[in-house]
Design a protein around this ligand. Structure first.
Ligand SMILES: Cc1cc2nc3c(=O)[nH]c(=O)nc-3n(C[C@H](O)[C@H](O)[C@H](O)COP(=O)(O)OP(=O)(O)OC[C@H]3O[C@@H](n4cnc5c(N)ncnc54)[C@H](O)[C@@H]3O)c2cc1C
Length: 277
């Protein structure tokens, strides 16, 4: 099936993109890497869209060191996030995540901003930035605003971004000395979306754990984090099972996803221990 006819305009800069969205009578759709949007259009999940192509806006791609944080532009492609030395040094969770995202062709086109705005419950980057305590930066008709990762993911494919806002960047706190970050997931085949996945960060302040592909949004599992901080592994696994209410679908049953989450937690904690040894 092919997409229905719609419109297309290439934005010169963020202000131009916002003007194009405002002029589109609610039919405007931001086009970044196109790896999710075009697939949805081809399936006629959205019709008559006015595509506002932001992919050639200067200054929205790349990673910069801003002291305590890394700033990753929304148009930074997955492959470039994975290869970036600053990301490897200061946010290794994101480098690790890229290895699990789809296939090379998709990683070469898809953007981190697109993945965060799309908010697929099975996607890796949303869970990573939630585990890292990142801040998202958006621009709209009223100006710019910052949104904490904790407040950004609201439901399946639904975020705190308004329809007339553009995600411009995400800032990530740099890992402190001795901090360990690991990502664990299970997928049927390499490159498939995860059946269940998790990000575990251990810092001096304690653990941060997010779980993905087990609910409508990535989950920051605070009860599990408290059990891990207390060194209670069995309690952490039990708290994780209590916290989850995963869906059953053609890929996996809810019970299997819960089981996987427990297995992944034990693996992630073991890897943290190995890396700290
Ligand atoms: C076969 C296949 C397998 C995949 N496997 C995985 C996987 O395993 N893990 C994973 O995480 N992802 C996976 N993806 C998704 C991929 O990572 C996409 O690239 C990503 O989700 C969207 O990025 P994009 O730049 O292509 O966004 P687009 O497709 O251009 O846009 C996606 C959505 O986000 C909106 N949007 C994009 N950029 C912005 C912005 N800056 N501000 C506001 N809104 C914006 C668009 O309007 C649209 O609604 C897969 C995709 C395919 C086709």
């Amino acid at each position: 099936m092919k997409a229905s006819a719609g419109g297309y305009a290439r934005a010169r800069d963020v202000r131009h993109a916002l003007d194009l969205l405002a002029a589109s009578d609610g039919m405007g759709r931001i086009l970044a890497g196109g790896q999710s949007l075009v697939a949805a259009m081809n399936m006629r999940l959205s019709e008559g869209d006015m595509l506002v192509d932001i992919s050639r806006i200067d200054g929205l791609a790349g990673v910069t060191d801003e002291g305590a944080v890394l700033r990753i532009g929304a148009l930074t492609r997955h492959a470039d996030v994975g290869a970036d030395p600053l990301v490897r040094a200061h946010a290794p969770l994101l480098s690790a995540a890229v290895d699990h995202i789809a296939h090379a062709a998709i990683r070469n086109r898809g953007t981190i901003g697109g993945a965060l705005a799309h908010a697929d419950p099975a996607a890796e980057f949303p869970a990573c930035i939630l585990a890292l305590g990142a801040t998202l930066h958006a621009e709209g008709p009223e100006g710019t605003r910052e949104i904490a990762a904790e407040d950004f993911f609201q439901d399946v494919f639904t975020t705190a971004l308004a329809e007339d806002e553009i995600l411009t960047a995400v800032t990530i706190p740099k890992a402190e000395t001795g901090e360990v970050q690991v990502l664990e997931e299970v997928a049927r085949r390499s490159g498939d979306y995860a059946l269940a996945g998790m990000c575990l960060v251990k810092r001096s302040a304690g653990h941060r754990l997010t779980v993905f592909s087990v609910g409508p949004t990535p989950l920051l599992a605070t009860d599990v984090m408290a059990a891990l901080d207390a060194g209670d592994m069995d309690g952490a696994v039990a708290a994780l099972k209590d916290a989850l209410d995963p869906p059953s679908d053609t890929q996996a049953s809810a019970a299997y996803r819960k089981h996987l989450a427990g297995v992944l937690l034990r693996r992630a904690v073991a890897r943290i221990g190995e890396q700290q040894a």
